[in-house]
Ligand binder design. Structure first.
Ligand code: PLP
Length: 447
């Protein structure tokens, strides 16, 4: 549904260069220079292509310190698309999380979520809280059936809340789509039930809505009540149950940087606290660490993200990639989620034991084979957990074309063809914070 108005040159470096670059990066693709990467599937966050309308808006950005017109445009877009009037901008999602969880969570309290995304988990922890995940059964099973495998297990959450003491649970969080559980969608009905739980235990309901539009697309497809509703109607209905919504604009804001937290009309006191924290940590509360021009571009991006033709193309592309991979025998997570394809490396390279990081071995080999950068989200990224050894192929929005998908599928096909010859890896050096090790640890191959 697009034509190119601007292009950037990209070349596949020769194999020798790739092998040397991987070794120099310590077999950790976070250490690669992007100039040596041909197709970058490391993340869908901030890596998309802006539209001509966004570039036009960017040129009209108002850089006033206070009361910027670009902020007012952003406020209107958030009110129209997401249904929230009280908005505090932030430099990106984790900045917004810092504002919100710093205001909501106290020492020793427990926050319950469908699955905490890494930065959410870290911010709950920074405030002295304990993040507790209650995904539904099958969320981490690549073959389990289910239309909304991203849902919160509300009954499990209720039991856990009563076990810790409901008065020690300040917030129930629902992340849609559930990035940590293979980008699986969450139903509106599930958010309604999460609202009921939050009311019963006198907690706030927070929705992490970075992928609000992709989630609404699945709701329209799979939840009969919403089959005839527009994406924007679904978004507003789904978010209307939340007391607060926290958003990284780098996903469905269709921008390269930015974010915000927005609160419901009854949350005036919380809104005041968030504004104060914004001044402390982000910037004045009408720019929150964003340039006016970036807010202007995000105001347009939020509206574009809810366009059905865009979403059909976006989610269709992720599905096409999954089909291409599967036709080459690669085990992919089903049903396919909204922003990425997840490969089960444990199944793809069963010869490599979990402690030798099969997912990381696949990631390294995909780079060596075809200059494709993916990311391991398994035993290497999440030490001490029993998360399956997934490799995530996150598709940037509006950036790649069908030829790119074919190259990706051929690359992983080649990896699978010689899977039996792949070496596992061992860690040579890692940072003090184990939870962050996949960003900076270095490794080496072991037979
Ligand atoms: C569900 C979710 N929440 C929060 C964040 C953090 O956003 P940011 O990277 O903009 O700080 C991300 C980023 O990937 C995410 O996927």
């Amino acid at each position: 549904m697009y034509q190119s108005e601007m292009v950037s040159r990209q070349e596949l470096p020769d194999r020798e260069t790739r092998v040397a670059a991987l070794e120099a990066a310590g077999y950790n693709v976070f250490g690669l220079s992007s100039s040596t990467v041909y197709i970058d599937l490391l993340t869908d966050s901030g890596t998309g292509t802006m539209s001509t309308d966004q570039w036009a808006a960017l040129l009209g950005g108002d850089e006033s310190y206070a009361g910027s017109d670009s902020f007012e445009r952003l406020e209107r877009a958030i009110a129209d698309v997401l249904g929230f009037e009280q908005v505090v901008p932030a430099h990106q999602g984790r900045g917004a999380e810092n504002l919100l969880y710093g205001a909501l969570v106290d020492e020793g309290e427990t926050v319950i979520a469908n699955t905490h995304f890494d930065t959410t988990r870290a911010h709950v922890g920074e405030s002295g809280g304990r993040p507790l995940d209650c995904p539904v059964d099958g969320a981490f099973d690549i073959d389990a059936p289910g239309e909304f495998k991203g849902n919160l297990d509300v009954e499990a959450a209720r039991e856990r809340a009563s076990a810790v003491g409901a008065d020690r649970v300040p917030a129930v969080v629902v992340t849609l789509t559930n990035n940590s559980a293979a980008g699986q969608p969450v139903s509106v009905e599930n958010v309604r039930r999460a609202r009921q739980l939050a009311d019963d235990i006198d907690a706030r309901l927070v929705v992490d809505g970075c992928r609000f539009a992709e989630n609404a697309w699945f709701v329209r497809e799979r939840e009969p009540e919403f089959a005839d509703r527009t994406i924007e109607e679904i978004v507003r209905e789904q978010l209307s149950y939340a007391d607060a919504v926290v958003v990284s604009g780098k996903k469905d804001g269709l921008v390269n940087v930015g974010g915000f937290v927005a609160v419901a009309d009854h949350e005036t006191e919380l809104f005041g606290r968030l504004r104060e924290r914004a001044v402390l940590y982000e910037g004045f509360y009408t720019y929150g660490g964003m340039a006016g021009r970036d807010m202007a571009a995000m105001a347009v991006g939020l509206r574009e993200a809810a366009e059905p033709a865009y979403l059909d193309h976006r989610i269709g592309q992720v599905r096409t990639l999954a089909d291409m991979l599967e036709s080459r025998g690669i085990p992919v997570y089903r049903p396919v989620g909204g922003h990425a394809v997840y490969i089960d490396a444990g199944e793809a390279v069963p010869e490599i034991p979990r402690e030798r990081f099969p997912g990381q071995a696949v990631v390294c080999d995909a780079y060596r084979e075809g200059g494709v950068r993916a990311v391991e989200l398994g035993g290497f990224a999440f030490p001490g957990t029993d998360r399956p050894d997934f490799v995530r192929l996150a598709l940037p929005r509006r950036r790649y074309h069908r030829e790119h998908l074919e190259h990706i599928a051929e690359t992983f096909g080649a990896v699978l063809d010689h899977a039996g010859e792949l070496d596992g890896l061992e860690i040579v050096d890692e940072p003090a914070r184990e939870a962050l090790r996949h960003f900076s640890a270095s490794l080496r191959p072991v037979e």
